[in-house]
Design a protein around this ligand. Structure first.
Ligand code: F6R
Length: 614
């Protein structure tokens, strides 16, 4: 939610900011703006719309060595140039990612001192506040401002009388920084730093970073210098580029075999022949520092997350209950955090997040910890807030995901749940070492299955032509297929703007069947043998009401040809692994339908990746 970047150094800051903003644009694309120091003065250029519109507005000869830039996902105030960041008041120019919850009260106070905003944003109030507190000591003003500000924030701040210096502070919202010979750069996400360095650090909360051309100095609120841990990313700039694909989403769909390989392979330990576990390939989390004792005496597991990550958790629930025989609930993080969940030291709370920064998931994690629960997170972004605050972290290695619609992060999250289920089912004596090893072989076979499925892309695209004009659509399935309908539905909705619903196939007749009329598209998932005949009965029910049916099933499933208009086959695997290939089919359906509708696949309207507001 909102991308921010600051640079001071030996390059043209306008170029650095515009380049960085285009890389951060997936975080918000309602408007964009930069503020750069030129001839001792701060010049601001803003534009409604995408970063490319801002770029077009910045004169080609616009040079500067220090500046801040922002790409906005509107929360407070409409999408207008006045509401676009940077905001400036008095000596202060700033950009912000987050929400200042008490901005209204602050505005009333500041008005008494004759300070009035021109925009409708919460952010501008922070500029007014800082200006009112600033008497030449930036540290004192920022610290005092933090005492007044409620909510979440990541700020980059320039003071008129401190040229070429940027101060940064955060609470909740992410900020990562790096310093090289070219200067100092800070941003909401590592993708904007990559062209300068693979090494970076996360600015700790309530610490102030003072960025100059030659250093970044981080201090705590007592003024002590702090040296945050330097982290290194393993991927390079090409990982955050389209590499010949039309959209990031298409590229990321195709990266899934590699993302799974990277996530699964390092966790497999092949035991030497002749040893007790001779020849077996078992998942091992020693390198992740996740102890086998984690599930010992666990009486209850709660999985909490948002959106797609929560859908991965729905799959995790079925697996855990099947294999671990422990009760599992899946909660939407934004609900969980405001209820009164039953938590104790025998409860394991698993949070799932691609970004590791989702505000509601982070709050759910904090609530779990405060109440003494054990916590494990499944996270894609190294060093992110959720990863840092969990007792244990299982990193997925999907690489940077740029398209707003999550694809490779989802299947990587699934693989994490599968490995956790297998390992702990074995550790708890629910399955034998041999069974565990067989499961791991099955999980590895998912990779060639997905490669196979990706070859069907042309067929899937051809079928998607039939959905282009749809207004409503239903996904139905049972068991693991039902968990997957949720993911199929969100993917379709968010990028095609076609209304769709995920439904347990057996539940339709309890009301929803009335919505099925001649030609209503129904995507039926029928990959689970133990409920196949039941699912097919439900397909018959919708068919009898005139539904246009696309059936996603396994190669060997026997289905009357008249039951569906189109059948898409996935390779035969053990049923529990079918969701991987089926997920890829659903991603491709959503992708091609959106693309055929001529929509902005990577940046769908009203959305943004990494939801750092609640
Ligand atoms: C949908 C999608 C979102 C995210 C959700 C959680 O395609 O990407 O539903 O899954 O916003 O985000 P993370 O995983 O970053 O916590």
């Amino acid at each position: 939610m909102c991308g921010i970047i600051g640079f001071t150094g030996y390059l043209n800051s306008a170029e650095v900011l515009l380049q960085g903003l285009s890389e951060l644009e997936y975080r918000g694309y309602d408007s964009a703006g930069i503020a750069c120091l030129r001839d001792g003065k701060v010049e601001i250029i803003k534009e409604v719309g995408k970063v490319s519109s801002l770029h077009a507005k910045v004169p080609a000869d616009f040079t500067s060595s220090c500046g801040i830039g922002h790409t906005r996902w509107a929360t407070h105030g409409g999408v207008t140039e006045v509401n676009a960041h940077p905001h400036r008041y008095g000596k202060v120019t700033l950009i912000h990612n987050g929400i200042i919850e008490n901005y209204h009260e602050l505005a009333e106070e500041l008005a008494k001192g004759g300070r009035f905003p021109v925009s409708e944003t919460d952010t501008e109030i922070a500029a007014l506040l800082l200006d009112s507190l600033y008497t030449g000591d930036a540290y004192a003003a920022i610290k005092e401002a933090c005492n007044h500000l409620e909510g979440a924030y990541g700020f980059c701040i320039m003071f008129d009388d401190q040229p070429e210096v940027i101060y940064c502070i955060r609470k909740g919202s992410p900020l990562v920084a790096t310093h090289t010979d070219e200067g100092s750069v800070i941003a909401s996400d590592m993708v904007a730093l990559l062209r300068y360095s693979k090494d970076y650090f996360v600015l700790p909360e309530f610490h102030i970073a003072k960025m100059t051309k030659d250093a970044i100095i981080v201090t705590d609120f007592e003024g002590n210098i702090v040296n945050p841990e330097i982290m290194t990313v393993t991927w390079d700039t090409t990982a955050a580029q389209k590499n010949g694909y039309k959209h990031f989403m298409a590229k990321e769909i195709h990266e899934q075999p590699e993302a799974l390989r990277r996530t699964i392979m390092p966790r497999i330990v092949k035991h030497a022949e002749g040893s007790e576990l001779g020849g077996l390939s078992l998942p091992d989390f020693t390198a992740d520092n996740i102890p086998d004792s984690l599930f010992k005496d666990v009486s209850r597991i709660i999985i909490t997350a948002c959106g797609t990550a929560m859908h991965a958790g729905m799959m995790g629930k079925i697996l855990f209950e099947r294999l671990l025989r422990k009760p599992v609930t899946v909660d939407i993080a934004s609900e969980f955090r405001y209820e009164d969940p039953i938590l104790d030291e025998n409860t394991l709370v698993i949070t799932v997040s691609q970004s590791g920064e989702t505000a509601d998931t982070l709050a759910a994690l904090r609530l779990a910890r405060e109440n003494g629960a054990r916590t494990l997170s499944i996270v894609n972004v190294k060093g992110s807030s959720i990863a840092r605050e969990s007792d244990y972290v299982f990193y997925t290695h999907a690489g940077p995901e740029i398209a707003v619609a999550s694809t490779k992060a989802y299947t990587a999250q699934l693989s994490a749940f599968y490995m956790i289920a297998f390992r702990f089912a074995y550790v708890l004596g629910k399955i034998t070492a041999k069974e565990c090893s067989d499961y791991m072989e099955g999980l590895l076979d998912v990779i060639p299955s997905i490669e196979e499925v990706l070859k069907q892309e042309d067929d899937v695209e051809a079928i998607s032509h039939h959905l282009v004009k749809a207004e409503n659509l239903f996904f139905i399935g049972r068991s693991l297929d039902y968990a997957l309908t949720w993911e199929g539905s969100i993917k379709l909705k968010e990028i095609t703007y076609i209304h769709s619903e995920a439904y347990a196939a057996g539940e339709l007749k309890h009301g929803t069947l009335s919505l099925i009329t001649d030609g209503t598209p129904v995507i039926a998932l029928a990959t689970q043998s133990h409920v196949l005949s039941k699912t097919l009965s439900n397909v018959k029910e919708v068919r009898a009401r005139g539904a246009f049916v696309i059936c996603v099933t396994t190669k060997d499933a026997v289905i009357e040809p008249t039951l569906c208009d189109f059948r898409i086959d996935i390779p035969r695997t053990d049923d529990i692994f079918a969701p991987f290939s089926a997920a890829v089919i659903l991603q491709m359906i959503a992708y091609h339908t959106a693309s055929l509708r001529g929509l902005d696949v990577d940046q769908p309207r009203n959305l943004a990746k990494s939801v750092t507001v609640e």
